[in-house]
Design a protein around this ligand. Structure first.
Ligand SMILES: *[C@@H]1O[C@H](CO)[C@@H](O)[C@H](O)[C@H]1NC(C)=O
Ligand SMILES: *[C@@H]1O[C@H](CO)[C@@H](O)[C@H](O)[C@H]1NC(C)=O
Ligand SMILES: *[C@@H]1O[C@H](CO)[C@@H](O)[C@H](O)[C@H]1NC(C)=O
Ligand SMILES: *[C@@H]1O[C@H](CO)[C@@H](O)[C@H](O)[C@H]1NC(C)=O
Length: 965
């Protein structure tokens, strides 16, 4: 008997860590039958059979048991009362059923609980539900129901739990729901419900959970809700609510969670707000119009764990937080807090008692005065410290090195001066260090080279001088380095240009750098943006530039460079903005520039070019090219257009016609595969022979348009060597005038991982016969995928959840480097304030792929990093065992995870794919065991227990190192 089970409730991942409600059905099975309200046990059977008829998808085959050979009370998910043999429970939760619910459901007149959550039921919720007078539990959440909330649900006076969350319901909340006075749990979140919150809901005085987030409700929160004296959880995040908070809405000591983020609510917070809430542990009003100060009684909220008021108009002081010892996240960025004076940050010393503090967000306020030394006594668990965009002066204390867990330190856009303390080099976990737009002077400490995990370093717009330390070359994970607008001198260290991890930007502009550009620049194969302008660099443009094939923006303006533009630059076909003006460059303007299809701006002015100017391609467009002040050119004066600032990366467009041509009219010979939302073809641009893969979305499929938007959004905002690179996208019309959407990717010579793991000679023309992945290759591929996930989860803002990681979405290039692809299901999660994650594509639940999707998604949990980790764990285990998670072996509770886990305990490497064990070498075995352990630790059932991706990367790197030794 599975029902009632743990009932997992949450609108946001952050909440899911704290809240779940056990709903125990009050023994309906032994309740006595009163007078039959109509019908008999035959009616029930007929109704159930009608219900079965409407189910068109049943992947687990459970509905087969609804047949005449056994009594209907024995059918799967059906439970009858003992005496009267009438159906009291129908529980078909999480069976991936597809279908409609027929009106006959209303004839099950003894029904107390109907649980269809986590399936794909669609259509209307039948009005006949109103015939079910005895219904106590109605769980239809996480399906695809549309239409309206049936108003006659109000007839079901015994209802205690009503959960319609995560559907596509529209219309208003019927005011009749206010008559369901036994209701304890009301959840309609994630629908398209609009209108106002009815006053009548104030009559639901037993309610403990009120969850209406992610709808389009407007108007005020009605005063009447103040009567909900049992309320524990109040969540209305992500609507269009306005007005103010009714004065006594939260006067109930029962409150645990208050989340009103993402609305237009204003007014002030009552000074005594937190006096009456002794249990409150989550409070968020993120992204509203609140004014006034943070109530001083926040000092009394001793249970608070997450406090988020980011992006409002709050002013004044932050109260003393000395008693909030459980605080984990304190988020007050984007307000007008602090009065610009020395007292504003005094509260920081009271935060030193909060030993679990992980996130402190104070950016974008009016905090002034010196940076207090008390920040060095904050929790050693602190991961994220952000004070940027304030008026803070003073120095960074040397003891900053106490904050050993720190991964993000954002102090930019202040007035901080002094030297950058070398002790920052002890913060070995730092990933992001932003100190730009301050008044730092002195040298760049060479100890920064010890920050080997550093991904982004920005020290631009300060007064730093002396040379760039060569030790920076040790930061082998660096993706972004900005030292622009300082007084740096000397040569560009070749060690820095050898950082092939640099992918986002390298900006050394506006300094006094001299010498020639080292030929090591050719290592910057992944770099998109390179700015060396406004220095005193001399010598030629090295031909090695031709290896920087990812460059989209190159600025060498205002130097003393000489000689011709090297012919190797013809390789830089991704180029969009090329600026070489104000140098002493000579020779002809290379003809290949006219073939750069993506080039938007070209500035060659103030040089000594000679000869004829090409006339086609970009040269056709006078506003895009500047060639002024080249005396020997056959002049055509062209206007100068605006150039982009740091890191603008628009996705460019290609026409239907050119895609049609390049794929031989989307011919079957060019077909690479068919995915969830579309078909992938191979193509070749005829102007330069670039081979690409293009995914043409099948727009008739539900969700396809959304997946296109999601994928463009992700790929526009990301850049990493282990993510598949998008070249361009197309959104237009086909020859018939139908909508046409397609995404063009870099072509991956070695296909997808799925094909390598489950070799099938007929299908895999791309793979040489009998070629299998070696253990080292596997280890490399896994490390690549882990790095990509780490980047998506921890370095993107907002963080990105892939939601569909599996071998067929891991592509392999010529050198067998792995690139994660297919972001059609991806979700953004605000990192700065994870507590109020908003979801741009919220209306459809995540399904993922059977076998790889974590169990909690099936229970309605929101996409989470832990969910991706689960999929990754399964991928690891599949790779090592050679068995798919859907292998026939895995049933009756045995799955890939438990299989691998059990094997670890007794048989060790015996479960590994025998092909891997051909060399029975001890090193190989140790390495295998280590990888299986990681796979097992990633795929444990409970999300919070799974490994974190950072630790996975660490373990895989360790394994790789010891193996290669
Ligand atoms: C219906 O109930 C009657 C009386 O309790 C019983 O005799 C009969 O077998 C039941 N039929 C079914 C299909 O359960
Ligand atoms: C009817 O259900 C029983 C129990 O699940 C099953 O064993 C039997 O095969 C089913 N019969 C048919 C015809 O599907
Ligand atoms: C609440 O219930 C009372 C009595 O049951 C009724 O008179 C009143 O109209 C209801 N309030 C709302 C707002 O529906
Ligand atoms: C609230 O906190 C303040 C300051 O710590 C204290 O003086 C006051 O007694 C507290 N009030 C309650 C009701 O706990």
């Amino acid at each position: 008997m599975a029902f009632p089970t743990l009932y997992f409730f949450s609108t946001k991942p952050i909440l899911s860590m704290y809240f779940f409600t056990f709903l125990v059905l009050p023994s309906p099975f032994i309740s006595s039958a009163s007078k039959l309200p109509g019908g008999n046990n035959e009616t029930d059977k007929v109704s159930l059979l009608e219900f079965k008829k409407m189910i068109i998808g049943d992947p687990f085959g459970v509905m087969a048991s609804w047949n005449e050979t056994i009594h209907f009370c024995e059918w799967h998910g059906v439970l009858c009362g003992r005496r009267h043999m009438r159906v009291v429970v129908v529980n078909l939760t999480s069976l991936k059923l597809v279908g409609l619910v027929p009106s006959h459901i209303g004839n099950l007149s003894f029904l107390k609980a109907l649980d269809l959550q986590n399936n794909s039921f669609s259509g209307d919720i039948p009005q006949t539900i109103g015939h079910l007078h005895r219904l106590q539990f109605l769980l239809l959440n996480n399906n695809s129901f549309n239409g309206f909330i049936p108003s006659n649900i109000s007839v079901c006076k015994n209802l205690q739990v009503l959960d319609f969350s995560r559907n596509n319901l529209a219309g208003n909340i019927p005011s009749e729901i206010g008559t369901l006075t036994n209701l304890r749990f009301l959840s309609f979140y994630h629908n398209n419900i609009s209108g106002k919150i009815p006053h009548s809901l104030g009559n639901l005085t037993l309610l403990n959970t009120f969850a209406l987030s992610f709808n389009t409700l407007f108007g005020e929160i009605p005063d009447s809700l103040c009567r909900l004296s049992e309320l524990q959880t109040f969540i209305v995040f992500g609507n269009n609510l306005s007005g103010t908070i009714p004065p006594s809405l939260f006067n109930h000591s029962s409150m645990f969670v208050i989340d009103m983020g993402g609305n237009h609510i204003g007014g002030t917070l009552h000074p005594n707000l937190f006096l009456s809430l002794p249990h409150l542990l989550y409070f968020s009003i993120y992204g509203n119009n609140f004014m006034g100060s943070i109530p001083v009684t926040l000092s009394n909220a001793t249970q608070m764990q997450i406090f988020g008021v980011t992006e409002n108009k709050l002013t004044g002081k932050v109260p003393n937080l000395g008693k909030l010892q459980k605080l984990q996240k304190f988020l007050v960025g984007g307000n007008h807090l602090g009065e610009g004076n020395v007292f504003g940050l005094n509260f920081l010393s009271s935060l030193t008692n909060a030993t679990s503090l992980e996130v402190l967000e104070l950016a974008g306020n009016n905090f002034g005065g010196f940076l207090p030394t008390s920040i060095t006594n904050l929790s050693t668990n602190l991961i994220h410290l952000s004070l940027h965009t304030n008026q803070i002066s003073g120095n960074i204390p040397r003891e900053i090195s106490n904050l050993i867990s720190l991964q993000t330190l954002l102090l930019h856009d202040n007035k901080i001066s002094g030297e950058i303390p070398p002790e920052i080099g002890y913060l070995g976990n730092l990933r992001i260090l932003f100190l730009f737009e301050n008044k730092f002077f002195g040298k760049i400490p060479s100890a920064l080279g010890n920050l080997t995990l550093l991904l982004k370093l920005r020290l631009g717009r300060n007064y730093l001088h002396d040379t760039i330390p060569a030790s920076m070359g040790k930061c082998q994970n660096l993706e972004l380095l900005d030292l622009s607008y300082n007084n740096l001198s000397g040569y560009i260290p070749k060690e820095v240009l050898s950082l092939s991890s640099l992918s986002i930007a390298l900006d050394l502009s506006y300094n006094q750098l001299v010498g020639s550009i080292p030929k090591e620049v050719g290592y910057l194969k992944n770099l998109g943006y390179l700015d060396l302008s406004y220095n005193s660099l001399s010598g030629p443009i090295p031909p090695e530039f031709g290896s920087c094939v990812s460059l989209e923006m190159l600025n060498l303006t205002n130097n003393n460079l000489e000689g011709p533009i090297p012919s190797t630059l013809a390789n830089l076909r991704a180029m969009q903005f090329l600026q070489l003006s104000h140098n002493h460059l000579t020779g002809q303007i290379p003809a290949f520039l006219k073939d750069f299809k993506l080039l938007q701006k070209l500035n060659l002015s103030y040089n000594d070019f000679e000869g004829a100017v090409p006339t086609t391609g970009i040269f056709n467009n006078t506003s895009s090219v500047s060639i002024a002040a080249n005396k020997k050119l056959w002049l055509r004066r062209l206007r100068k257009g605006p150039f982009p600032n740091l890191i603008e990366n628009p996705i460019l467009r290609v026409s239907y016609h050119s895609l049609f041509k390049c794929t031989n009219g989307f011919s079957t010979e060019n077909l690479l595969g068919v995915g969830g939302y579309g078909t992938v073809y191979k193509g070749c641009f005829d102007h330069d022979g670039t081979v690409f893969a293009v995914k043409v979305l099948d727009l008739l499929l539900r969700g396809a348009s959304r997946s296109f938007v999601a994928e463009c959004e992700v790929l526009k905002n990301t850049r990493h060597r282990n993510l598949v690179k998008v070249l361009t996208a197309c959104s237009g019309f086909d020859l018939q005038g139908n909508d046409f959407k397609a995404i063009v990717y870099e072509y991956m010579d070695n296909g997808n991982l799925e094909n390598w793991l489950h070799f099938n000679p007929q299908e895999n023309s791309q793979i040489e016969d009998n070629r299998r992945l070696s253990l080292v290759e596997m280890l490399n591929i896994l490390t690549d995928v882990a790095c990509a996930l780490d980047y998506l989860h921890n370095d993107c803002e907002p963080a990105i959840i892939h939601c569909d990681l599996k071998p067929s979405n891991v592509l392999l290039d010529k050198s067998m480097t792995a690139h994660v692809s297919d972001f059609g299901l991806a979700r953004f999660v605000q990192k700065r304030i994870e507590s109020s994650s908003s979801d741009n594509y919220s209306s459809i639940g995540v399904q993922g792929t059977i076998g790889y999707a974590p169990p909690e998604y099936g229970m309605g949990s929101r996409p989470s990093k832990a969910g991706d980790i689960y999929s990754f764990g399964i991928l690891i285990l599949e790779m090592l065992t050679g068995k798919r998670p859907t292998h026939e072996l895995f049933q009756d509770g045995l799955n890939l995870h438990s299989y691998a886990k059990a094997a670890l305990a007794d048989r060790g490497v015996e479960i590994a794919d025998p092909k891997l064990l051909q060399e029975r070498d001890e090193q190989i075995q140790m390495c295998l065991v280590c990888m299986i352990k990681v796979g097992v630790a990633c795929s444990v059932e409970f999300p919070a227990d799974r490994m974190k991706i950072r630790d996975v990367v660490g373990e895989l790197n360790k394994a790789r190192k010891s193996f290669l030794k």
